[in-house]
Design a protein around this ligand. Sequence first.
Ligand code: C2E
Ligand code: CA
Ligand code: CA
Length: 435
Amino acid sequence: MALLPASVMTTLPGELLDMRSFSDRVTRALEDVPVGRSAGLLLVEANRMSQLFRVHGQAALDRAMAELGQRVLACCGRRDLVCRVGQTKFGVFLPDLEHAGKALFAASSIAGRMADPVQIEGLRLFINPKIGVAIAPDDADNALDLIRNAAVALENVRRSGAARYLHYTGAMRESLKARLSLEDELRLAVQNGDFELHYQPKVTLPGGEVVGAEALLRWRHPERDLIPPSTFIQTAEETGLIVPIGEWALREAIRQIRAWLDAGLPPLQIAVNVSERQFRWGHLPALVDVLLQESGIPPHLLLLEITETILPEDLEGALKQIRWIADRGVALALDDFGTGYSSLSYLRELPLDSLKVDRKFVTDMETHQPTRHIVEAIVAMARAMDLKVVAEGVETTAQVDLLSRLGVEEAQGFLFSRPLSPAAFEAFITRPALP
Ligand code: C2E
Ligand code: CA
Ligand code: CA
């Protein structure tokens, strides 16, 4: 290891500082920031290190972090503070900057240096660094708040998927706060069962006969209006709450199918959206089995809509569950078709009944010829695989004409009906036929 100038306070490569000690050092260093100058605090996370730890243990992790620490140091000046502040993190304090941009410049060069692979245990490990940046005195004037703000920025880098470093903004903290409270409210809603299913009719083309409906989740918030899933599904996915919520939706849809059968309504197939996480963390096959038995509904009246995101993660595990459910006679549709991976080899493995063409294609089809060709290709492929094609988001009669001509068998969209409460849906399907 190269000799470090005495002024660089560093704990590399061995010692691991807790955040409190790091913050004490930053507090002291802040006192020396010249008047009128800025200081930068960077939290640098070395991604994939926890995997290295799990596979090769602490010693390998420490060696890799030491090597990465040297690279961080190489990007810093003599008076900068570099510490390892966690198993997989570095804290960097830059005490004398002309302006905030210099901290981002440092972040950029650290990210660049860390992105070179690390040779460890015969592996070439790519690190994928992520850096949160906060500036004193603009973002905070004390160590604890600086660290917290850099952590907020780091969290945003993690979520962004693309960025390698971000400078903290007040808006980041606000959105984190909003997400936190959304998460709490959502947990409460799960406990209290504050959800509803609305039903959007699915009709045949070109005839317009109602053959089923898609059950769509709504959150009945105690103070706000009915909340659509776009507001909360992502949080539900991230927190795992989608598993109990999805379970509730399945239970409720099956209860509703039973109730409509008992009320003498014509048997309609009801589609329920299923999240990929329900396959990973839930007990979907067992649940479907129990609910089918308890309710005694004909299994083909239940349709599960899955998306392509199910496929790449634990493909075999998900496929086994999907086949098991399909073997019970439950129908299966691939949702948002064309927006994801669409690997044809996965497609062949799935016991599907239908493909749902995403709304984007339906919307663009009329004005954009390549899109129309895609829809044609989807229909041709579906026909070859003996699958039904359902178009989503149909809003105009021109779209109906075009889809019918292309051979699409079923459609769903505001043109026919918006999603309806159960009572409104009943009224919709029992309304007198038009003369
Ligand atoms: P999705 O499965 O693609 O559902 C179709 C969405 O398109 C619904 O939005 C529906 O209201 C909307 N839509 C239908 N026809 C039209 C149209 O003609 N024009 C326009 N602009 N939109 C139309 P919604 O109800 O807001 O649901 C959004 C998404 O939330 C769903 O997209 C689905 O991915 C998810 N979701 C809904 N319910 C559940 C659920 O129970 N479980 C899971 N995991 N996800 C759900
Ligand atoms: Ca759907
Ligand atoms: Ca869809």
